[in-house]
Design a protein around this ligand. Structure first.
Ligand code: FAD
Length: 501
């Protein structure tokens, strides 16, 4: 019987990063992935020759010396990625009914550009930028410093982002502009912390990048590194349960009945789904219920458009249309106003820098919309479901047509995904796109430490620290620090940078 040092469940970004860190340190690692394809939200798919990302559309802080760049260097993938930096003058365009905002790359440029638009608000805008810097400076790991053991939550986790923004300016239009990126974390006015708002906004304002030909290259490069360290990745290996010796897990049991034995187990799968793999009685009921009852972020509906050749220009920015009065209202999904906004982007491809090969249009969708098909399987959901998808896609395309007249004529064909697609491909609860929802009014309740109630089972992935490429990378450091020690790991990351410069 072969026994691994670590069995990792799920080959999403979190599982792959833990596999890489631990295999590099000489541990025998086996990653088990339920899908044929690795990557989770990093997966891409091909239709009609076009490559579409399912999850990661752009990545923040990849300029030289910035946090994601430093982490990617440590992971050994930075110089091998095919990347395109988004427009310096406007990587994101936010289009509200009464104002349009262009988010530039660089904090100084951000202050200057927003101040030009709101000359009377220069002081508030500078204060806001200073606050983002202050929040980041207070987070040791985001500066690759070893956190104090008892650091806990600082005040930014309990401060409300919407309240902070309204405290620095009464200008309601500027408030929308400052809060506008909240689609990137499915923010709500009542619950989003200044911490979450600041980390996401700061990360992308620092620099914003797209992958060329799809984000799956990140997963592929990580897998290559893991295998070169002797690690094993097995696809179509869905874990359904565990086996035990005494109080410890001894093996992961697969859906087909096979078992994979290990000393320690790391789950990259949603905590609620992980707990379902553990026998009744081995975990206390209150813990199980606490995790199951946590609210999850909303899901999405996406239209993937293959464009006619050389018919539509490549846009080196992301475009957000927001039809609600408040920037925080985009996820208030009433039947009558769906979609209340959307994100439109043309992925970067090696085919052309001038013309777009395809486009992705994404908006929020509540799982309840597809609830009646929840027990069906991919490609077997029936005619009514197909009609539902088409109706929603047409509504979304009508919206796009308003901002891009003639867009419909450029469409060769399109495909759609719903909350069921996200649920079935990534295993997240109700297709939630960013995992467990955080609440600044009670941050401890939605806090998931990497240690679990089982002595040799640990969590990683977007539910540990934060979602997104940067959040999951930080989460993998938190998880692996349990075995390697935080100081040791942080020193290793910094060593790479010193050697590289
Ligand atoms: C639509 C969308 C858009 C996004 N856009 C961006 C963006 O532009 N930029 C950004 O930084 N982030 C973005 N994100 C967030 C980011 O993609 C995620 O936070 C991150 O990729 C999550 O990684 P993970 O490892 O936690 O989980 P996942 O990627 O969900 O990986 C979990 C893995 O576990 C596997 N699994 C599940 N159950 C089992 C089982 N029983 N046995 C074995 N394997 C199992 C799954 O198949 C999957 O591969 C987006 C997410 C979505 C959904």
């Amino acid at each position: 019987m072969h026994k691994y040092d670590f069995v990792i469940i799920g080959a999403g970004l979190g599982g792959l990063l833990c596999g890489l860190i631990l295999s590099r340190e000489g541990f025998k690692v086996c990653i088990l992935e339920k899908n044929l394809q690795i990557g989770g939200c990093l997966q891409t798919f091909k239709r009609n020759g076009s490559i579409f990302d399912t999850g990661v559309h752009y990545i923040g802080s990849l300029d030289e010396g910035q946090i994601t760049n430093r982490l990617f260097r440590y992971f050994g993938i930075m110089d091998r990625l095919k990347l395109k930096r988004l427009d310096t003058e406007g990587f994101d365009i936010l289009d509200f009914k009464d104002a349009r905002f262009q988010y530039p790359i660089g904090m100084k440029r951000f202050v200057d550009q927003f101040s030009n638009q709101f000359p009377k608000e220069k002081k508030a805008i500078s204060r806001y930028a200073g606050k983002l810097e202050e929040v980041i400076a207070s987070l040791d790991l985001y500066n690759l410093k070893t956190p104090e053991a008892a650091a806990g939550f600082n005040s930014h986790y309990t401060s409300n982002a919407a309240d902070y923004i309204s405290s620095i300016t009464d200008n309601r239009i500027l408030q929308k502009g400052l809060a506008g990126l909240n689609i990137l974390y499915a923010g709500t006015a009542e619950k989003t912390s200044l911490y979450l708002h600041s980390v996401v906004s700061h990360s992308f304002i620092s620099s914003a990048w797209r992958t060329i030909d799809g984000s799956e290259q990140i997963a592929d490069l990580l897998a290559e590194e893991i295998r070169s360290n002797g690690g094993v990745i097995r696809t179509e290996h869905e874990v359904s349960a565990f086996e035990y010796i005494g109080k410890r897990i001894s093996a992961a049991r697969l859906k087909n009945g096979d078992t994979i034995h290990g000393k320690r187990f790391i789950s990259n799968v949603h905590p609620s789904a992980t707990l379902r793999m553990i026998d009744e009685g081995r975990i206390t009921k209150p813990y199980r219920e606490r995790i199951h009852n946590l609210e999850n972020t909303i899901s999405a509906f996406t239209v993937y458009v293959c464009l006619k050749e050389n018919s539509f220009p490549y846009e080196n920015f992301n475009y957000y249309k927001i039809n609600t009065d408040s920037a925080w209202g985009i996820r208030d999904l009433k039947d009558t106003n769906w979609p209340s906004g959307y994100m439109f982007l043309t992925p970067a491809t090696s085919k052309s820098e001038i013309y777009a090969d395809c486009a992705i249009i994404m908006t929020f969708m509540d799982f309840r919309e597809v609830d009646k098909w929840k027990d069906t399987e991919t490609n077997q959901r029936g005619e009514e479901y197909l009609a539902f998808k088409q109706e929603k896609a047409e509504l979304l395309l009508n919206e796009v047509e308003k901002s891009r007249p003639g867009f419909r004529n450029r469409i060769k064909t399109y495909y759609t995904s719903t909350p069921l697609t996200y649920r079935d491909y990534t295993g997240t609860k109700d297709g939630s796109i960013y995992g467990i929802s955080r609440d600044c009014n009670d941050p401890i309740r939605s806090y998931i430490p990497s240690r679990t109630k089982m002595p040799n089972l640990f969590f990683t992935g977007q539910n540990i620290s934060m979602h997104g490429v940067l959040g999951v990378a930080i989460g993998s450091i938190l998880t692996c620090s349990e075995f390697l020690g935080m100081e040791y790991l942080v020193n290793k990351i910094n060593e790479i940078e010193i050697r590289g410069t």
